[in-house]
Design a protein. Structure first.
Length: 153
C-alpha cells in the first residue's frame, strides 16, 4: 500500500449526507447513489469523477459515521432538495490506491493513520473513498480499485 502526498486542486461534490451506522454503510450507499445521480442529471452538472464516499466522522465504538454518497462535479450548481453541494478547497492530500474487496479497506485506512503519525501530520475531514472500479463494474472483488484521499491540515 503505497501512500503519496500531492497537491489537491480543489473540488466540488454533489451528494447525500447522513449519519449512518457503520454496519449499515453498504445499504446507505446502495440507496443513495441513485438520487445523487438523478440530482446530477437534474442540475446538468458535469461529472468530474467516480462515485465517492465522503467521511466526515468515524466512530467505530458507537458504530456511527457521518458520511455522504457523492459525485465529483466540474460546474457550479444549486443542490436539489435533499442533496448538498460540498466544496473542498485546494491543499495538500495523502493518497493511496487500494485494490481489493471492501473488507480490506480497514487495513488501508490503518496504514494511512500510521503514515500520518510517522510523518507528524494531521488530517482534516472529509476522508474520501473514490470507487474507481466497483461491484457495479466488476464482479471480481480482487479487481476493485478504491482511491483513498486524506486531506492534510
Amino acid at each position: 500500500m503505497t501512500i503519496r502526498t500531492e497537491e489537491y486542486p480543489g473540488g466540488k461534490y454533489l451528494g447525500l449526507k447522513n449519519k449512518v451506522k457503520i454496519s449499515e454503510l453498504k445499504d446507505f450507499f446502495s440507496k443513495s447513489f441513485t438520487p445523487v445521480m438523478e440530482g446530477v442529471k437534474k442540475t446538468n452538472a458535469e461529472v468530474a469523477g467516480m462515485p465517492s464516499g465522503m467521511y466526515f466522522t468515524w466512530e467505530p465504538d458507537k458504530d456511527m459515521t457521518e458520511v455522504a454518497a457523492a459525485i465529483a462535479i466540474k460546474n457550479d450548481v444549486k443542490a436539489p432538495m435533499g442533496l448538498q453541494l460540498f466544496i473542498i478547497p485546494p491543499g495538500k492530500m495523502a493518497v493511496m490506491d487500494y485494490i481489493g474487496g471492501y473488507g480490506g479497506l480497514g487495513k488501508a485506512h490503518n496504514a494511512m493513520a500510521e503514515y500520518f503519525r510517522s510523518n507528524s501530520m494531521m488530517e482534516t475531514p472529509p476522508v474520501i473513498e473514490e470507487y474507481v472500479v466497483d461491484p457495479m463494474m466488476e464482479k471480481d472483488s480482487t479487481k476493485w480499485h478504491t482511491r483513498i484521499i486524506y486531506f492534510v491540515k
